[in-house]
Design a protein around this ligand. Structure first.
Ligand code: NDP
Length: 337
């Protein structure tokens, strides 16, 4: 009998993803960038942004929605405003090319913004904000795509799950980082619950008739997710839509939904990433001052800092246990091209 989970090392996860991307029309740079994103997610225990996403990527390559050979193009509109055209590729290569340029600009100017258009995201945001923090900078990132969240008071999808991530650099330790959907639950998590037959907590979603439900399948297939924190989450989602679409010059989620070919892969979505230099903005004492704050916070009874679960997972050298069915699926998508 087929075992439910297959142990794979991070390198094996990377190779599985990379080989599948190459077999389905990616060039080596795009295949490597997607494989890095996917294996990084599995390394940190983010199953919903790991290999789980590969079948969707393949669908988008096969339908022609995503160009697996896209070469992202960078244009510095001003020294502090960097615009990057993803030319319809997957986001990981655009991010790989854009983040160092953004960080260089912020180190010189104090603040810089990277606006990525025409790329297809499908991933977590913390690798990008952490990469900015590793340069001693403060990072903030958000994105919008595919409508699946009803604004507070409504029953129809209008927002995407609109994630936002923030990272603050810390001396000799991982940054303070949070990375979260502004929906009551990320769509990938709802998808996993639907796949695995788990119920959702109350207040996460509505079924296709607009009624509250805890049935993950009813929310995932035809229903909608709700914003976190009722009207407050709705306001933050609105801000993210405006930053990621209005300011970037890409689709709002409802526009992305209309333009998408519904192949099951990631819709086009804009991304706004900001980098700020505390050294330039706050002056030399910034690190000791904020470190004092963060260490007081993390030493309070009952508090754990966001990011700590992922940083702990990252240290494990054990193989990651991947659903065998998924591994088989990716292998078949690699060989039947
Ligand atoms: P979670 O709700 O699991 O976690 C959100 C944040 O809260 C994380 O930084 C997490 O840190 C932290 N956290 C969780 N529990 C606690 C706790 N008890 N105390 C303190 N902090 C805590 O994330 P989501 O489900 O909202 O999002 C999952 C991922 O999905 C994100 O990476 C997001 O970027 C991604 N996503 C991507 C989208 C896209 O369009 N590309 C769309 C929507 C989501 P830790 O990780 O250490 O637990």
């Amino acid at each position: 009998m087929m075992s439910e989970r297959t142990p794979l090392t991070i390198q094996q996860i990377y190779t599985l993803a990379e080989t599948c991307m190459l077999a389905n029309g990616c060039d080596s740079a795009n295949a490597a960038a997607v494989a890095k994103t996917v294996s990084t997610a599995e390394r940190d225990g983010s199953e919903s942004h790991g290999l789980f996403r590969i079948p969707g990527h393949v669908a988008s390559l096969r339908s022609g929605k995503v160009n697996g050979k896209a070469e992202p193009e960078i244009e510095a509109v001003t020294p502090a405003a960097i615009r990057l055209d993803g030319h319809n590729g997957f986001a990981p290569l655009a991010l790989e090319r854009g983040i160092p340029v953004l960080a260089d600009a912020a180190e010189t100017l104090g603040i810089a913004v990277l606006a990525i258009r025409k790329s297809h995201h499908f991933a977590a945001l913390w690798p990008e904000t952490e990469a900015i923090a590793e340069r001693g900078l403060v990072g903030l990132a958000c994105t919008a795509h595919t409508p699946m969240v009803a604004p507070y008071g409504a029953k129809k999808a209008f927002f995407s799950t609109n994630p936002i991530s923030f990272a603050w650099p810390r001396p000799n330790k991982p940054p303070y980082v949070f990375d979260m959907a502004t929906a009551a639950m990320a769509r990938g998590e709802v998808g996993l619950a639907a796949r695995d037959g788990h119920a959702l907590p109350e207040g996460v979603g509505l079924d296709s008739d607009g009624n509250p439900t805890t049935d993950a399948k009813a929310v995932h297939q035809g229903g909608v997710i709700l914003p976190f924190g009722t009207y407050k989450g709705s306001a933050i989602a609105t801000m993210i839509e405006l930053l990621s679409a209005g300011l970037v010059g890409d689709y709002f989620s409802y526009e992305a939904g209309e333009a998408d070919n519904k192949d099951g892969g990631p819709a086009q979505g804009g991304q706004l990433i900001i980098a700020m230099s505390p050294k330039i903005i706050a002056g030399d004492n910034w690190e000791a001052h904020s470190e004092d704050f963060l260490s007081k916070l993390e030493n309070m009874d009952g508090v754990r800092l966001p990011g700590q679960r992922r940083h702990k997972n990252r240290l494990s050298t054990e193989p990651r246990l991947i659903k065998t069915e998924l591994v088989e699926k990716i292998r078949s998508l690699t060989s039947d091209e």
